[in-house]
Write a protein that binds this ligand. Structure first.
Ligand SMILES: NC(=O)c1ccc[n+]([C@@H]2O[C@H](COP(=O)([O-])OP(=O)(O)OC[C@H]3O[C@@H](n4cnc5c(N)ncnc54)[C@H](O)[C@@H]3O)[C@@H](O)[C@H]2O)c1
Length: 251
């Protein structure tokens, strides 16, 4: 069974941005396979099924290649893969342990590679892959481990776009800025205030803001974009922060 637009597999779907992406792709008309290592992914799928959408869930760790392959076998052929699962933390560079560094690569980079590869093997020609990177690839304080793992996702995205182009599989990344999820709440309130002041559009992003961008890159409307990184950060990367009202021409 597959949705009007086919089958989409989404990782890290139990909460936050991943949950927003599952909701959006289900509304778009995909059958969605929602994956997470947390049992809460079943609640996400159950509530969407109750609303009439075609969503199934599986508890799995994205590092478990055999389990991912078995899930992809059952879901095949795939039309869309969204690699969203990841972890983060902050550590002063001098105190960052090699264990933390390796763990972030193991999940954020190798896990993304595993799902992308097993998924691509079972993807219809003409499919679309969206990897969730992070604006931190441009640099982020006390996040060398995370920023490096996400910068690797950008490189992976570009290389995959080249290697999968003979099959017309388009591969892109979305690089969110600060988004209101549990991942944000590891920051102190003070740091959250600073982050807010850096948002040109005056607000922190919501999961739906990211899901909209993913929806477009994953859709049949994306006919000619591959190997790109779409920064969805409310303009933060422009480096202006919020302008004082008197300097705004619209004040
Ligand atoms: N929230 C932000 O400010 C922000 C900013 C930039 C990028 N991102 C990226 O967006 C994506 C989603 O982040 P979020 O804010 O929703 O985070 P989150 O912590 O709320 O959700 C991440 C989900 O991934 C799952 N996950 C983690 N490791 C896993 C593994 N090994 N196997 C299976 N599932 C696993 C978690 O259980 C969780 O449900 C991540 O790739 C993150 O790096 C988030």
């Amino acid at each position: 069974m597959s949705g009007r637009l086919g089958t989409a597999l989404v990782t890290g779907a139990a909460k936050g941005i991943g949950r927003g992406i599952v909701e959006r792709l289900a509304q778009d008309g995909y059958r969605v396979i929602a994956l997470d290592r947390l049992d809460a992914v079943h609640d996400v799928a159950a509530s969407l099924r109750a609303a009439g959408f075609d969503v199934v869930s599986e508890v799995v760790d994205i590092r478990d290649r055999a389990a991912i392959a078995a899930i992809a076998d059952r879901a095949a052929p795939l039309d869309v893969i969204v690699n969203n699962a990841a972890i983060t933390s902050t550590h002063r560079f001098e105190e960052l342990t090699e264990e933390h560094f390796r763990e972030h690569f193991e999940i954020n980079t190798v896990g993304t590679f595993v799902v992308a590869q097993e998924g691509a093997r079972r993807m219809r020609n003409g499919g679309r892959i969206v990897n969730i990177a992070s604006r931190s690839f441009a640099g982020a304080p006390q996040m060398a481990h995370y920023a490096a793992s996400k910068t690797a996702v950008v490189g992976l995205t570009r290389a995959m776009a080249i290697d999968l182009s003979p099959r017309d599989i388009k591969v892109n990344a979305v690089a969110p800025g600060v988004v209101d999820t549990d991942m944000l709440h590891y920051m102190s309130e003070e740091r959250q205030k600073v982050m807010l002041s850096l948002q040109l559009l005056g607000r922190i992003g919501q999961p739906e803001d990211i899901a909209r961008a993913v929806s477009f890159l994953a859709s049949p409307e994306n006919t000619y974009i591959t190997g790109q990184v779409l920064i969805v950060d409310g303009g933060r990367s422009l480096g202006q922060g919020q302008l004082p009202p008197e300097e705004s021409p619209y004040a």
